[in-house]
Design a protein around this ligand. Structure first.
Ligand SMILES: [Zn+2]
Length: 88
C-alpha cells in the first residue's frame, strides 16, 4: 500500500475549456496553455484566425480609424456651428 500523496491540486485548478457540448453542458477538459479552449475545441496549435485577420473586412467603415475620423469631423462641425451661432 502506497502512502505517497500525489500533488494534483494545480492540475485540478487549471483553467477549463467550457465549450458547449452536444449534451448541453460545458466541456470541462483542461484548456490549452494560453488559450481558452481545449485541444478538441479550437485550442489546438495553428487553429483559429491569424493575427490581424482581415477576412471579414468589407469596406472598413467600422474600423477604429474610420470611427475616430468620423468623430473628429463631427466635433469640428459642432464647433463650427457653435461659432456661427455666436456670430449671429
Ligand atoms: Zn473542450
Amino acid at each position: 500500500m502506497s502512502h505517497h500523496a500525489r500533488n494534483i491540486g494545480p492540475m485540478l485548478a487549471s483553467p477549463r475549456c467550457g465549450a458547449k457540448t452536444r449534451c448541453g453542458g460545458a466541456c470541462r477538459r483542461p484548456a490549452v496553455r494560453g488559450k481558452k479552449r481545449c485541444r478538441m475545441h479550437g485550442g489546438a496549435r495553428a487553429s483559429g484566425a491569424p493575427r490581424a485577420n482581415q477576412n471579414a473586412r468589407k469596406h472598413g467603415l467600422f474600423t477604429g480609424d474610420a470611427i475616430a475620423e468620423r468623430r473628429q469631423i463631427q466635433a469640428l462641425l459642432g464647433e463650427a456651428r457653435k461659432l456661427l451661432a455666436e456670430m449671429k
